[in-house]
Design a protein around this ligand. Structure first.
Ligand SMILES: C[S@@+](CC[C@H](N)C(=O)[O-])C[C@H]1O[C@@H](n2cnc3c(N)ncnc32)[C@H](O)[C@@H]1O
Ligand code: SF4
Length: 501
């Protein structure tokens, strides 16, 4: 905590709103009141944006005293773009740029090596995410790992995790062996759903069940003993029976961990479907999965998305675990990657546009490829840590105190009383944890820990009229020029939402 200085809050972040009103607004806006904090960052974080000339200086200051951190490296390539996907993935015309991209990644890493003297800092978790990192050649991933090892110290328990798809894992087993040999110890594969009709609607037919058995064989043959499967629920038209079949199928593949993602519609190509998904249906799906997984020996605390069948192992990558439990700072490298310190949050070039050009130009010009950097007040940094903590359904009280120099109960006095009195959260060993009822009412509970400007946004937001969920038809500057539909996108947003094509 020593020496941390937070930016001053604007008046919008000094207001207080009654917990009842915030809780109700979070539940009403259940499609957006979730861990993707701060929901409306182009407006609520605008006052805290750091101008380009000051960025290096603010980044250096923010990393002062940060000896322990995690690393995230983003690989934005995929075989095809799934229509539900919210991540930074480049368009078809840039899919062949893998080697040049990996070269620029190493250029970005070299800039941080010089600026932050990263060789004297220790990593406690390292994720290679995407996109689909296994889309690129195995040699390029091995080179990346070598580069990271030469640029940072590795803590004794720093695990490395990577993501793949069923098709690649089934057809390119050699890549998996190369990862294991290079020291990657955890692998995560997206099954999402198994119903062929739904996979087709999601533009994911190429990753159907026909690949699953071979994929698992290859993963095990390569020696991975930490294997996670991702599943998704909350799709329009996804019946309870089809979801049951997906969960049962996932269990039959025998992974150590299964992570359940509730579909987040914001800024996806199928965002217009959100109003068709009722909260009660989502609750039924979550409850069914919990029962089926418990019967199969997979456990998770209320509100936690990753279920593990290994006692004492939370199932998440070390990168995510340290982020959630300790609020540990992390450096994000690559297109659109996010960086989090104790006082700042940054997004790399490409986070909005999802195209390689600005990122490539920055690295080639020797500039940190940062699109937006926010020097935040305490309220927002506390809210970000709390929001991320809800991946585990609880906020670690000691870590919160250590990070911010104030007890959770002091920072959120009324809110903590509110959740305790209503039985939504309770004290466990080190944490304030969701109860089963709190997990059901997650969208309301999480909003209680948001900063006032974000709470005000939710209180004012009418989910039936919100245009941030309905811009899927109007995709990019090219579409506008070609006279295609422009639903819901205004002004500069055109540039920000080029991604959708
Ligand atoms: C980086 S992605 C995918 C990794 C890999 N490319 C794949 O498709 O399996 C990590 C996970 O995020 C989840 N995900 C993607 N888009 C999402 C969205 N809009 N809402 C919630 N979860 C999402 C999916 O379960 C996905 O497997
Ligand atoms: S879900 Fe995976 S494969 Fe599909 S677009 Fe997103 S990152 Fe790519």
């Amino acid at each position: 905590m020593k020496g941390r200085i937070w930016n001053r809050a604007t008046t919008a972040d000094l207001n207080r709103y009654p917990p009842e009103a915030v809780f109700e607004a979070g539940e009403r806006n259940h499609h957006v009141s979730n861990t993707s904090y701060p929901i409306a960052h182009s407006s609520v974080w605008k006052p805290y944006r750091v101008g380009r000339p000051l960025r290096e200086q603010v980044v250096s200051r923010a990393f002062q005293g940060v000896d322990d951190l995690c690393l995230y490296v983003h690989i934005p390539f995929c075989e095809a773009r799934c229509s539900y996907c919210e991540y930074t993935v480049v368009g078809k015309h840039e899919m062949s740029e893998t080697a040049a991209y990996m070269q620029r990644l190493s250029g970005e890493m070299a800039m941080y090596r010089d600026l932050l003297d990263t060789r004297r800092r220790t990593l406690h978790g390292f994720d290679i995410g995407g996109g689909t990192p296994s889309f690129v050649e195995a040699e390029l991933i091995a080179e990346l790992l070598g580069n990271v090892r030469a640029s940072f110290r590795f803590g004794p328990s720093c695990g490395i995790s990577i993501e793949t798809t069923p098709r690649i894992a089934a057809l390119e087993g050699r890549k998996l062996e190369a990862y294991a040999q290079a020291g990657v110890e955890r692998i995560s594969m997206g099954v999402q759903v198994i119903e062929p009709d739904l996979l087709r609607v999601l533009n994911r037919s190429g990753n159907g069940v026909e690949h699953h058995n071979r994929a698992v064989e290859n993963i095990r043959r390569a020696g991975f003993a930490k294997f996670n499967l991702d599943l998704m629920y909350g799709f329009a038209g996804q019946s309870l029976e089809s979801w049951r079949a997906t969960v049962e199928h996932a269990v039959s593949l025998g992974p150590e961990y299964i992570t359940l993602y509730r579909m987040r519609y914001k800024l996806t190509r199928i965002s217009e479907q959100a109003p068709r998904v009722r909260l009660e249906a989502v609750h039924e799906q979550a409850a069914l999965a919990k029962r089926l997984l418990a019967d199969a020996g997979y456990q998770a605390n209320p509100g936690k998305n990753t279920y593990s069948r290994i006692e004492g192992d939370p199932g998440t990558s070390d990168y995510l675990t340290r982020r959630v439990v300790d609020g540990m700072p992390y450096l994000g490298l690559g297109l659109g990657a996010q960086t989090f310190t104790h006082t700042t949050i940054g997004y790399n070039d490409g986070a909005a546009g999802k195209t390689l050009t600005p990122y490539a130009s920055s690295v080639e010009a020797g500039r940190l490829p940062i699109q937006d950097l926010y020097d935040l007040p305490l309220t927002h940094m506390m809210a970000k840590m709390a929001a991320v903590s809800f991946y585990f359904g609880e906020i670690d009280r000691a870590s919160f105190h250590e990070k911010f120099g104030i007890a959770l109960e002091e920072a959120f006095a009324e809110e903590v009383d509110f959740v305790l009195e209503r039985g939504l959260m309770r004290y466990t060993d080190r944490a304030l944890s969701l109860t089963a009822e709190g997990a059901r009412r997650f969208n309301g509970v999480i909003a209680l820990f948001f900063a006032p400007s974000v709470q005000a946004y939710l209180i004012d937001r009418d989910p039936d009229r919100a245009d941030d969920m309905t811009r899927n038809l109007a995709h990019c500057v090219e579409c506008r020029t070609a006279g295609r539909d422009e639903t819901g996108i205004r002004g500069n947003d055109w540039i920000r939402f080029r991604l959708q094509c």
